[in-house]
Design a protein around this ligand. Structure first.
Ligand SMILES: C[S@@+](CC[C@H](N)C(=O)[O-])C[C@H]1O[C@@H](n2cnc3c(N)ncnc32)[C@H](O)[C@@H]1O
Length: 253
């Protein structure tokens, strides 16, 4: 796969997981360069296919700690109006709330206070670096806020249950779905009971999402190469592979 947008690897250390953003064991962090590339491909497809370049509502139904959502917000916030995350796991939801909270000045000021306190206690270089990064992120959010404030929301739900999703998200309101579904090593699909459900969770998720998609929506599904990412109500826009991951970009028909 060739990068179309993130052609050169940049220094993303201000956005590193566990530096300013919160991390927790068992909640994998998504590569920043790839997240940025995928999001920009979605924005470009939305513009080419539908002629829609307005700021989007971005949703991840398997958000984990919302690391890639937060990173994408810092890098491409001007294209985003609202960010919604959901996950089946209550701990992931709490971590996602903490990370998406860092997209506001109040959240960042609180984080700056936490890091400053750690610096006082332990005087470590890593805390000094984190404090520097936190101020850089604060500047970015200040600039973004002047354009438009970024709304964020997190709730607990299974990505395969349309009823709970529809209770929390207005119908036809989501423009971009960007999700990194569970694939083995660090996370497994949960909440699936029958053999039939377990055989194609991604199909179930795509089915559950149909009601909330706007008329100019694009979906990017990241998974391992074994998972079949297809559904009769969606058309594939593009597919590429990078290492162990496959990325499928779709549009509803
Ligand atoms: C690969 S992780 C996502 C990590 C995320 N991209 C990030 O950058 O922080 C996949 C997530 O899917 C969640 N998950 C598993 N089964 C689910 C289900 N049925 N519905 C919603 N989320 C589920 C797991 O709890 C896990 O947090």
């Amino acid at each position: 796969m060739q990068y179309k947008y993130e052609k050169e690897p940049l220094d993303y250390s201000d956005l590193a997981s566990g530096r300013v953003f919160y991390s927790s064991p068992g909640y994998p962090a998504f590569p920043v360069r790839l997240a940025s590339e995928i999001f920009q491909r979605c924005v470009a497809s939305r513009e080419t296919i539908y002629g829609d370049a307005t700021a989007c509502t971005l949703y991840d139904p398997c958000c984990g700690g919302a690391y890639h959502l937060s990173v994408v917000a810092y890098l491409h916030g001007k294209h985003i109006r609202e960010i919604i995350g959901s996950d089946i796991d209550a701990k992931a939801v709490a971590l996602a709330k903490a990370n998406l909270g860092l997209l506001s000045i109040a959240g960042l000021d609180q984080r700056i206070g936490e890091i400053a306190k750690m610096m006082e206690q332990y005087n470590k270089d890593s805390h000094k670096d984190a404090l520097k990064s936190a101020y850089i992120l604060r500047e970015k959010i200040m600039t973004l806020d002047q354009e438009h404030p970024l709304l964020t929301r997190v709730f607990q739900a299974s990505a395969t249950k349309s009823k709970t999703i529809m209770k929390n998200i207005k119908s036809k309101s989501v423009d971009i779905v960007f999700t990194d579904v569970p694939y083995g090593q660090h996370s497994q699909w949960q909440g699936l009971n029958s053999k039939e459900e377990l055989s194609n969770p991604t199909w179930l998720m795509l089915d559950a999402l149909l009601g909330i998609l706007s008329s100019s929506s694009i979906l990017a599904i990241v998974s391992d190469k074994r998972q079949k990412v297809s559904h009769e109500r969606y058309q594939r826009v593009e597919k590429f592979q990078l290492g162990k991951r496959q990325v499928v970009i779709l549009k509803p028909i």
